[in-house]
Ligand binder design. Structure first.
Ligand code: PFF
Ligand code: NA
Length: 460
């Protein structure tokens, strides 16, 4: 076998890690979760989760990758043969997420094009649900599926493009593919997004939206569910618990810093979230003012925010609306692609090592398989499958993957002390006993409880 691939520069690794972290979760998930979780008051549980779970877990995953130098399954198997399945579990979750994440990026691509001439028309919801998805009530009342229906051409072509770009980048390898793509995507994304935010905050009514976003509802911090939401957001948003950060850090050179890089990646991701919260709520404030309704009536998240509410906002935009549309959907595409690349790399790397095949073969098989599976969501019943997959991933997948790995590492493999000294040896900032308390006690307790709660509400 050849020597392990490596990042070209430290900045390259950080950009790739930030590229993975900054995704749809920042733009369409965070603003809503924060608003629902107490607005300004949400920052308390959010920062607590970032500092006690987010960054400590990032350090743990960076250390595992750096030290054991493998994809998640290989790294865990090098720790202990019996732990290999943890890596495969994470890889499986990554595989499922990647199949539908690709479809959302494809939608955003289509909408970047539709921005020219505002092709979604006046009824943005009707356009998305019936026009764009051509969803002729295939999902019966009781939730069962009538039939797959045919493929939706408006989605199929961009979806193929998404996979061509993603697999093309992975084909090129770590330095000339992943690193290079992120060097282009991330700075471009940041510039585009700052332009969006500047324009959004100068709209009429924007200030009311931003105020609504920051207005603290202190009662929220006494609700356990809000803390659960904060942890969930941090895990998803930092891409921790699903094999990504282990894989990416396995390409670090022996001397690379760990702790400092984890802080940089963690705070960059949160800064982008804050920026997105301001931008999204400024735009929502504008919308509410236009419609003369309270902000609550226009607040949305996810698919509804991006493909129904935003087109509506863009429709009523004073001048330059096409530009704003292209910037907004283009940002979703760039943020999404850099995350998709990272998540597909988890199973490309795992397959490469497990079956002892070349990167190119692993990309062709692994990536090809996920591309094929993703076609399911490009059918007329696609949104139904997407909702279902997304629901289970968010309710169980992310929390469970994080919980399993943290409990295994802290309690069964008893690795925290050795990982701590390994990380400190290569890092400027030293981590202390607090790091072991966060991972060994605080995080398992909160996550375990989060999982049980989700289980309970789903059984009822
Ligand atoms: N950190 C990503 C986000 O906030 O959107 C989560 C993610 C989702 C990463 C899907 C990768 C991915 F393919
Ligand atoms: Na994120």
């Amino acid at each position: 076998m050849n020597a392990r691939e490596q990042w070209g520069t430290r900045a390259g690794f950080i950009l790739a890690a930030v590229g993975s972290a900054v995704g749809l979760g920042n733009i369409w998930r965070f603003p809503y979760v924060a608003y629902e979780g107490g607005g300004g008051a949400f920052f308390l549980p959010y920062l607590f989760a970032l500092l006690t779970a987010g960054i400590p877990l990032l350090i743990m995953e960076f250390t595992i990758g750096h030290k054991y130098r493998g994809s998640s399954p290989l790294s865990y198997s090098r720790i202990n043969k019996k732990a290999e399945w943890i890596g495969w579990w994470q890889v499986l979750i990554s595989f499922v997420i990647s199949t539908y994440y690709a479809v959302i990026i494809a939608w955003a691509m289509s909408y970047s094009v539709y921005s020219f001439g505002l092709q979604w028309g006046g009824d943005t919801e009707g356009f998305f649900m019936e026009g764009f998805l051509q969803r002729v009530d295939l999902v019966a009342e009781n939730g069962s599926i009538g039939s797959f229906g045919g493929f939706v051409p408006a989605i199929l072509i961009p979806l193929i493009l998404v996979w061509v770009i993603t697999l093309g980048v992975l084909f090129k390898g770590v330095k000339r593919g992943i690193e290079l793509a992120n060097r282009i995507f991330i700075p471009t994304l940041v510039v585009m997004f700052i332009l969006i935010v500047i324009r959004a905050v100068t709209l009429d009514g924007a200030i009311d939206g931003v105020n609504a976003f920051f207005k603290p509802d202190w009662g929220a911090i006494f609700e356990p569910g809000v803390w659960v939401a904060a942890y969930g957001q941090i895990f998803f948003s930092l891409s921790i618990g699903f094999a990504i950060m282990i894989t990416y850090s396995s390409y670090l050179s022996k001397k690379s810093d760990i702790n400092n890089n984890a802080f940089i990646a963690g705070f960059s991701n949160s800064s982008f979230e804050l920026l997105a919260g301001i931008g999204v709520f400024a735009a929502l404030g504008f919308m509410a003012a236009q419609m003369n309704v309270p902000i609550d009536e226009v607040v949305a998240s996810g698919v509804g925010l991006a493909f129904v509410v935003f087109p509506e906002i863009i429709n009523t935009f004073p001048g330059l609306n096409t530009t704003f549309g292209v910037l907004f959907f283009g940002s979703l595409v760039l943020a999404g692609l850099s995350s998709l690349i990272s998540i597909v790399e988890t199973y490309v790397a795992a397959a490469q090592e497990k079956f002892n095949i070349s990167r190119k073969k692993a990309v062709a098989f692994g990536g090809g398989l996920s591309a094929l599976v993703s076609l399911v969501y490009a059918t007329q019943g696609g949104l139904f499958f997407l909702d279902t997959a997304d629901y289970f991933i968010n309710e169980f997948g992310v929390a469970l993957a994080g919980l399993v790995s943290v409990v295994a590492v802290a309690w069964f493999l008893k690795l925290l002390p050795s990982l701590q000294s390994y990380a400190n040896e290569v890092s400027d900032i030293k981590i202390g006993a607090w790091w072991r308390v966060c991972l060994g006690i605080i995080t398992p307790v909160v996550l375990g409880w989060m999982f049980l709660q989700n289980l309970m509400t789903n059984i009822q």
